[in-house]
Design a protein around this ligand. Structure first.
Ligand SMILES: Nc1ncnc2c1ncn2[C@@H]1O[C@H](COP(=O)(O)OP(=O)(O)OP(=O)(O)O)[C@@H](O)[C@H]1O
Length: 334
């Protein structure tokens, strides 16, 4: 067995392409990371870096034009077996989604069906995976609504999505994601659409539920503030590749990749004075069809040298800390 017992997910060399033949673009290039059991790994990067494509590949939900070109996605199922998700068929994924891996999306309004009550929609997940009588299913749904702290759960179970606030709808999404007690929860920007107070409440709730249910979380975000709140480990993505991976404290204290340093310099921090400025990373992510040779970040990198035009791979720079840069900036000022 390749995956050690404390690892629930090991992604190795994942490449995903969209389109065919000469029109094919590689949305993911040789992506590798591991997620420990009971831990939270944040996948972080700007828009278009490949975070969502990674999670869709893990859920078996890539659109028809997208294809896994190579790589292994070794997932340890709740019964202890290791399954390569890159080779799983539709029936295999249907059995796995729910009790094995579950996902919550960023936009509750586009994921919830306005025509059905929230109780029906959460109960539907149970219906697919467990043979329960209607009354028992309803009891479990109400119990889950209580767990995600929806007040008056016994009455709210019959509410329609539009009757709830944005924060309450996001709690419903979490309830839907957790009703089958998944071993791995993929959370794709679950708080982006919420205001900061509600966002903090939802993040608190997710941390508490993770402890109670003992699940692992793959947390997808572009927000380094949320990373600091939630993650044990972080994988930073740029233009379809992982450029740095480390434990969260190590990543913040000894940032090694210039792209990660750029992301950190562009977030508001406590203690920032009126004269301190946030520094956005100049330029934008290149189109995947026109990536430069070598390091994809080089055209935006303040440290780029001619040597950066050579291919660079993600390599350990210190125990547990990987970076895909020919330089090593750990501990230096940006
Ligand atoms: N259905 C698709 N067809 C073609 N290309 C796609 C498709 N979906 C994604 N891509 C490509 O994959 C790249 C990565 O997209 P992805 O949605 O994973 O980025 P992301 O990091 O999740 O961004 P965001 O934060 O905006 O969701 C995109 O730049 C896009 O070019």
């Amino acid at each position: 067995m390749r995956t050690p017992g404390d690892t629930i997910l090991s992604v190795e060399g994942l490449s995903v392409g969209f389109g065919r033949g000469t029109a094919r673009v590689a949305a993911l290039r040789d992506v590798s990371f591991t997620l420990g059991r009971g831990r939270t790994l944040a996948l972080v990067g700007e828009s278009g870096s490949g975070k969502s494509v990674t999670s869709l590949a893990l859920m078996g939900l890539l659109p028809p034009s997208g294809r896994i070109l190579s790589g292994r996605l070794d997932f340890r199922t709740p019964d202890g077996r290791v399954t390569d998700l890159a080779r799983l068929d539709g029936a295999g994924f249907r059995a796995l989604r729910g009790p094995g891996i579950s996902m919550i999306f960023q936009e509750p309004m586009s994921s919830l069906n306005p025509l059905f009550t929230i109780g029906d929609q959460i109960g539907e997940m149970l219906l697919l995976h467990q043979d329960l009588r209607a009354a028992e299913r309803r009891r479990r749904v109400i119990e889950m609504l209580e767990l995600v702290e929806i007040p008056g759960a016994a009455a709210r179970v019959d509410a329609y999505p539009h009757e709830l606030s944005g924060g309450m709808r996001q709690r419903v999404m979490i309830a839907m994601g957790l009703i089958c007690r998944p071993a791995l929860l993929i959370a794709d920007e679950p708080t982006t659409a919420l205001d900061v107070t509600i966002q903090a409440q939802i993040l608190d709730l997710m941390r508490r539920l993770q402890k109670e249910l003992g699940m692992s979380i793959l947390f997808i975000t572009h927000d380094m503030g949320v990373v600091a709140e939630m993650a044990d480990d972080v994988a930073v993505m740029y233009a379809g590749a992982v450029v740095e991976q480390a434990g969260v404290l190590d990543l913040f204290d000894r940032t090694r990749h210039p792209y990660t340093r750029g992301l950190l310099a562009s977030i508001p921090r406590e203690g920032l004075g009126p004269d301190d400025r946030l520094v956005p990373i100049p330029g934008s992510v290149p189109p995947l069809s026109a990536l430069p040779p070598g390091c994809a970040f080089a055209p935006r990198c303040p440290h780029a040298r001619p040597a950066c035009r050579e291919p660079v791979s993600l390599e350990p720079k210190a125990p547990g800390h990987l970076s895909a840069c020919i330089f090593d900036f750990a501990g230096e000022a940006a």
